[in-house]
Design a protein around this ligand. Structure first.
Ligand SMILES: O=C(O)CCC(=O)C(=O)O
Ligand SMILES: [Fe+2]
Length: 355
């Protein structure tokens, strides 16, 4: 957290390098930088982002997270997301399964704030939040969300062009005026030194539900399973760099050209394990009514990609709202009937598209 000196990320753990993208160069239309972004988005689907200009808002969001987690649990529980497939609100630690067995539970708690609630405040679009969230809705949360949207819409415009889609197609699928599952998430994972091995997931293996994630963390713990690998690798946090990744919705819209890669969170490595781990994400997700399917009629490039992957299903028959609700509902341990509940919470991770 701000003001704390954290031990460095150890140099003796398996780490996967990510390409570094400079947001200033992307905004300036630098072709070389856009080529590098395209390479990252279509291979691992993860990249570092520097010069994103959101540092101040990110620090404010971490303060909001600390203030919220300092509220009595009883108070936080008044705003719990519940078992009906709703994402917005507070999620207590241990509410979710992390694997099919249902024997182990997640250890993270987080506070999710809807983009619609933050931008409509003081009007309520979906739900109400703890006092600590309300106090910072206009000064911290809405500014952070606006910055994150600027970054994400910039990427969407580039992907739109590279995918050969008619101008504005991806922007319309993420129409700011339509209610959506887009949200900010501030997560706390308590330190549990020595109690768990690195194989004990704090947040189970998953692909992100939405289109793009704009992530900020300070301590290690995030791991990716790159296509073709059998072992998990850490993603090393780099000061001043966000980590961006593609989620299921963009992977589906693009017929698998954009890669939604599996990842998880384990306790921080080495001496970092002694510390509380915080992370902050903004997830941009399609408008609630949008159907998750490959945009084959809109782009010959996407039609071609789908033809090349005959074993894969890019027709979910599901709206964005239904897709997210299904996944969230089936992660909740209260809804578990057996391993099938875990499998029903899955996204595109069983159909990797990068060989
Ligand atoms: O905490 C992190 O570093 C990643 C979190 C994550 O993957 C998520 O919230 O979907
Ligand atoms: Fe994630």
């Amino acid at each position: 957290m701000p003001g704390t000196t954290l031990p460095p990320f150890p140099d003796d753990v398996r780490t996967h390098p990510l390409l570094i993208i400079d947001f200033e160069r992307i905004k300036a239309g630098d072709r070389e930088e856009i080529d590098t972004l395209w390479k990252a988005a279509t291979s691992l689907g993860f990249w570092y982002l520097k010069n994103h200009g959101a540092d101040e808002e990110v620090n404010g969001m971490f303060d909001m997270g600390a203030e919220t987690m300092a509220l009595p649990l009883e108070e936080r529980m008044k705003f719990e997301q519940g078992d009906d497939g709703r994402s917005f609100g507070y999620k207590k630690a241990g509410a979710n399964a992390v694997d099919p067995s249902g024997q182990t539970l997640d250890t993270v708690e987080f506070i999710n704030v809807s983009k619609d609630d933050a931008l409509a405040y003081p009007e309520v679009a979906h739900r109400t939040y703890p006092s600590t969230v309300n106090a910072r809705m206009e000064s911290t949360i809405a500014p952070f969300i606006r910055k994150a949207l600027e970054v994400n819409y910039t990427f969407l415009e580039i992907f739109n062009e590279r995918l050969g889609l008619p101008e504005g197609t991806l922007a319309r699928l993420h129409d700011l005026a339509e209610h959506s599952g887009s949200e900010s998430r501030c997560t706390r994972n308590p330190p549990m030194p020595g109690k768990m091995s690195a194989e004990r997931a704090a947040l189970g293996a998953h692909t992100d539900f939405g289109s793009l994630s704009f992530l900020h963390n300070r301590l290690g713990g995030l791991q990716v399973l790159p296509p073709g690998h059998e072992q998990w690798s850490y993603v090393k946090p780099l000061p001043g760099h966000a980590i961006c990744n593609i989620g299921d919705a963009l992977s589906l819209f693009s017929g698998g050209i954009l890669q939604s890669n599996i990842h998880r969170v384990v306790p921080p490595p080495g001496a970092q394990a002694e510390y509380e781990r915080w992370s902050l994400v903004f997830f941009i997700r399609p408008g609630n009514s949008k159907i998750l399917r490959a945009l084959v009629e809109d782009s010959p490039i996407i039609a071609d990609a789908v033809k090349k992957r005959p074993g894969q299903n890019f027709e979910t028959g599901s709206t964005a709202a239904e897709w997210f609700a299904r996944r969230i509902r089936n992660q909740r341990i209260k809804n578990r009937t057996g391993p099938e509940t875990w499998y029903a919470s899955r996204g595109t991770e069983h159909t990797p598209t990068v060989i």
